[in-house]
Design a protein around this ligand. Sequence first.
Ligand code: BGC
Length: 243
Amino acid sequence: MKVLGIDIGGTGIKGAPVETRTGKLVAERCRIPTPQPATPDAVAGVVQQIIDHFGWTRRVGITFPGVIVDGEIRTAANVDRSWVGLEGAAVFGKEAHLLNDADAAGIAETTFGAGKGHDGVILMLTFGTGIGSALFTGGKLVPNTEFGHLEIRGKEAERRASEIVREHKNLSWSDWSERVQEYLTHMERLLSPNLIIIGGGASKKSDKFLPHLKTRAPIVPATLLNEAGIVGAALAATEPISP
Ligand code: BGC
């Protein structure tokens, strides 16, 4: 089955049709810069451009950097506040299936990537503009975990240790790793995962910081990198449409 997956990120909106049995993109990815401000109308316009680019008329899976419950957007920490309370189908059309961006990346990694074949508790963390999280047990997702908002030293973890904080504060890899380490130690105390997968923008440079980190569970970089959101969105959209 082929499904169009679209990944809404802070800097780019990316989409491609995906063969959901293999997780492979079946056409070259289309990427359009995220409009600023990223208002619902502006983003919906770009999503429509991507849908038109592929001449798509069927199901579309779309990631969003916030909590999504039954198609409704509940939070928007790093995008325009006007998203909160909107229904995905009202913004993107009735063929659209919306889910959290980290959940989508986690679905892709546990199905085709670094977590494939793992039955235990898997914690996927994405380090980008924010910190996204996805938690799995026995291959099943607990959606909308939002562990990036956990407080560390009186501050939300993603305000201390996201990839964007590293860039903006010009932190060395070892200084940034210390912040990530503190966060991971806390997460391990709370969840005792069997495997930790690191994704998001930072995962492309995992050789720079993974060697600095010490965790009880094995910690591995995501393997689908840029494509995880697209693939996960497409996989999630194959689920039956709820009434
Ligand atoms: C949002 C999450 C999102 C993460 C990564 C956080 O600020 O609250 O929903 O998954 O950023 O984009």
